[in-house]
Design a protein around this ligand. Structure first.
Ligand code: NDP
Length: 450
């Protein structure tokens, strides 16, 4: 059984029975059939259905958001924003998909040669609970518009979200089987990955999960896109707008109770401004209201599961015993972890070396900008990064030295339908969103006419 537990109240919301072998086979058949149907469907029709998905999400945003909050604990405000981001991204891709799929002419010695972008079939998506709608929609929207179909194995604590997303696609006019939810354990995925009807696998989650799925997909020669963990640096140089940097650092670290792959996990601050920066972030963190995620006044909800809170506490206690100073917070009960601030963090401490997936902010002092960049790169991960300075020429130069899939200058790292999203190093490979993401699971077919 898959059990959904409300992280704030610890009440069991619902239990879901895993799908049987026969049900899984039925889903594969439907997914394949829907793919064939989509091949015969004009793009204009698919665009209209996707606009229907967007309008359904907008119309029922509160109900979807409530489900998200109940299953994984983010505030209702955050959950609503997540649902609306899915809707606006559906609208964005519906508007731009035609140009993204436009064949690309290439001059060669042929009479005519071009590249055509064509769908391949069913893509298996293995997704996490932290943004239970957005992580799914950012895969599903461009792929389905391009003609692929989707089979979702969602995290086992958000089965309600998984089924609700399936319902949205079902009611929006797409052929039955275009997007389906699969209630299976990660242990039982091998025969599904192996099935010849599955044309690719995309996973968002931890690095160990990514490695395990990539090995499996490799065994059966299936293409993968992996969006894994991160330990993003948030670099603040001494010429930065300190107030704006502090406000964004707190938002970037604490939103979603710190459970985001692109959270600002390591604040690397030039030493001259460490005292002023510390005072400002401390003031902002003290003002946060942690509590019932359904309440409008709450700015941070609980973490999603007790084991995640326990693991964050281990990382916190280890870092303190290694010499970090606890400035604020540091307590938790169940899933409710207080916003916490550590200073004096160095590169040999757990909070620096491991990904911290919760409301733990850390300040790392850098002697100068060269050391700041070196510290930023001193990680196995390479997902996002932020750099704060008032010298934009310097920023553009330093950005080339940071080993990550994106660099945001004087801004918070975020995903955006218009921009490619993904990482390097242990943060994975491949891209989502934008033109690059849309092409990942398409057959980039060369056509040569003599
Ligand atoms: P996991 O990476 O374990 O889970 C993410 C998804 O992958 C879930 O659907 C999970 O299914 C599935 N999965 C896990 N292991 C395998 C496997 N061997 N084969 C196939 N599928 C698998 O994340 P956790 O929930 O355990 O969180 C642990 C840590 O992962 C976090 O603390 C954080 O560091 C990182 N993480 C990163 C995310 C990101 O956005 N990049 C999102 C979530 C977590 P099931 O739920 O059934 O196990």
């Amino acid at each position: 059984m898959f059990t959904s537990i409300n992280p704030f109240t610890q009440e069991t919301i619902a239990e879901y029975t895993p799908h049987t072998q026969a049900e899984i086979e039925q889903k594969l058949q439907r997914g394949e059939r829907a793919y064939r149907q989509l091949l015969e469907t004009p793009l204009e029709q698919r665009r209209q259905w996707m606009m229907q998905v967007a309008s359904s999400l907008r119309k029922n945003a509160t109900a979807h958001a409530t489900l998200i909050t109940q299953e994984m604990g983010k505030t209702l405000k955050e959950a609503k924003a997540e649902v609306l981001k899915c809707a606006s991204s559906a609208e964005y891709f519906a508007e731009h998909i035609a140009e993204m799929l436009e064949p690309r002419p290439i001059q060669s010695d042929a009479y005519k040669s071009y590249v055509s972008y064509e769908p391949k079939g069913i893509i298996l998506a293995i997704m996490p609970w932290n943004f239970p709608y957005w992580q799914v929609f950012r895969f599903a929207i461009p792929n389905i518009l391009a003609g692929n179909t989707g089979l979702l194995k969602h995290a086992s604590n958000v089965s309600g979200c998984s089924l609700a997303i399936e319902q949205v696609f079902m009611e929006s006019g797409f052929p039955e089987g275009t997007f389906q939810s699969l209630l299976v354990s990660s242990k039982d995925l091998e025969p599904i990955v192996a099935d010849p009807r599955i044309q690719g696998v995309t996973l968002t989650g931890s690095t160990p999960a990514g490695k395990s799925v990539a090995a499996l997909a490799g065994k059966y020669l299936k293409k993968t896109v992996l969006e894994l963990g991160g330990s993003d640096p948030f670099i603040v140089l001494k010429d930065a707008d300190l107030e704006a940097a502090a406000k964004t650092a707190v938002q970037g670290r604490m939103q979603n109770a710190g459970q985001s792959c692109i959270a600002a996990k390591r604040w690397i601050v030039e030493k001259e401004i460490v005292p002023a920066f510390t005072a400002e972030v401390r003031r902002l963190l003290e003002n946060m209201q942690q509590g019932d995620p359904m309440q409008d006044t709450t700015s941070m909800g609980p973490m999603a599961r007790t084991d995640l809170a326990e693991d964050l506490d281990r990382q916190l206690q280890e870092s303190i015993s290694q010499g970090a100073r606890l400035e604020l917070g540091g307590t938790y009960e169940g899933c409710n972890f207080a916003p916490t601030l550590l200073t004096g963090v160095t590169n040999d401490m757990t909070a620096f070396k491991e990904e911290t997936f919760g409301p733990l902010a850390v300040i790392i002092e850098a002697a100068n900008e060269d050391e700041a960049i070196a510290l930023a790169n001193e990680t196995d991960f390479g997902l996002g990064s932020a750099l704060w300075t008032s010298d934009l020429d310097k920023a553009a130069h330093l950005a080339t030295r940071i080993e990550s899939g994106n660099v945001f200058i004087n801004a918070m790292v975020r995903s955006d339908a218009r921009l490619p999203f993904g990482g390097v190093k242990q943060s994975g490979y491949g891209r989502e969103l934008s033109l690059e993401g849309t092409h990942e699971f398409l057959n980039v077919k060369t056509v040569y006419i003599q």
